[in-house]
Design a protein around this ligand. Structure first.
Ligand SMILES: *Cc1c(COP(=O)(O)O)cnc(C)c1O
Length: 356
């Protein structure tokens, strides 16, 4: 039994999808029970037994619970919510391809994930049952990348590409790698966090044949840095795969400098480089997770230089309507004159510095 639970396929087939199943593991509040029942038709719930085991049994504000259990707030349409917050429908030159920058393209290969985050930015399409890219869609997507020599960097994402069988994923990676002008392949996945047993030798041995391949994962809270998750990240790193992380700033979950400091330092120890800290997107039904932008900047200010630059990601907003990402930070330039700048250091002390 113990061994069975360590198999990723067992974890997927035994995902928790109802309030009844979940209440065998944790003490659900009456509100949580009602919210699950009401939201299931809206955006699906599915939680791997592994990830559910990290939940606090009694605390509904547990950061793992809040990322996985539907809440009534998801039925609120916030003032600024957008159905397609990132303009992905408009910037869609071929099936399953999103291209917003000249030299990079996103290739969405499945709409399935190992577990479904309540804060999902693609919640309008993710989790639908007909989900994996068809051979014909893949052929058209690859033909587009092939005839677009500016694209040097292909991000394979979804959904979660690591949900695919290794052989099916290899077909996609090999086909992308066969395009001469593609220099870098990146894979976006939350599997190390929610299904770490999926990261096995079979997978890493396959990936390393197609280097350079980078993997970007998605840890949001230090509670997620379990021995299993750390092992998954280290196994990727051991296969020569640089691993990055993107965190979404989420109200009540991680909008706190001390929590994020612990997370980012823990990631660096696992050889994962914190890459982006994202402002929560404007997808419909997640406005309750959004934090003021000022708060994000304040958190960045308290992290910068108080810990190593390796542990500090860039704070980014993914602009609506396909505007791309913009990074924000505290302004350390106090004044700027023709010959001299006044700069503030991380402790608030002022320094003069020649402007030229
Ligand atoms: C985020 C993103 C990229 C990659 O941007 P980087 O800053 O290079 O990580 C590329 N294409 C799209 C559509 C994106 O959303």
């Amino acid at each position: 039994m113990a061994e069975e639970k360590e198999s990723w396929k067992w974890q997927l087939t035994h995902r928790i999808t109802t309030a009844d199943e979940l209440s065998k593991l944790i003490n659900l509040t009456p509100e949580e029970k009602a919210d699950i029942a009401e939201n299931l038709g809206f955006f699906r719930m599915a939680i791997t037994p592994y990830y559910a085991s990290l939940m606090d049994k009694d605390d509904p504000l547990c950061p793992i619970r809040m990322q996985m259990i539907p809440s009534a707030a998801e039925r609120v349409r916030g003032e600024f919510d957008l159905d397609d917050p990132l303009g992905e429908i408009k910037y869609n030159p071929a099936p399953n391809v999103v291209r917003r920058y000249p030299d990079r393209a996103l290739l969405l290969v499945t709409m399935q994930c190992s577990a479904y985050c309540r804060h999902c930015t693609r919640r309008r399409v993710v989790g639908s049952t007909d989900c994996t890219i068809t051979k014909e869609e893949l052929r058209q997507a690859l033909a587009y990348i092939e005839r677009t020599p500016e694209i040097r960097d292909v991000l394979i994402s979804g959904g979660d590409p690591f949900i695919l069988e290794t052989g099916a994923l290899e077909e996609i990676i090999a086909a992308v790698r066969a395009i001469k002008h593609v220099e870098i392949i990146r894979i976006g996945t939350r599997v190390p966090v929610m299904l770490p047993m999926r990261i096995d030798r079979e997978l890493t041995d396959m990936i390393r044949k197609y280097h350079p391949v980078w993997v970007n994962t998605h840890f949001n809270h230090p509670k997620e840095l379990t021995p299993e998750a750390i092992r998954a990240c280290e196994e990727l790193a051991d296969a020569g795969i640089p691993v990055g992380n993107q965190t979404v700033l989420l109200k009540g979950i991680n909008d706190d400098a001390e929590i994020l400091k612990k997370l980012f330092l823990g990631l660096v120890k696992a050889r994962v480089r914190p890459y982006y800290l994202f402002q929560c997107d404007l997808s419909v039904g997640i406005s309750h997770f959004r934090t003021p932008v000022e708060k994000g900047i304040e958190i960045m200010h308290s992290l910068t230089s108080s810990i190593s630059g390796y542990a500090v990601p860039k704070y980014a907003i993914d602009l609506p309507a396909g505007g791309g990402k913009v990074t924000l930070g505290y302004n350390y330039v106090v004044s700027k004159e023709e010959k001299e700048l006044v700069l503030e250091n991380y402790l608030g002390k002022l320094y003069r510095y020649p402007a030229r």
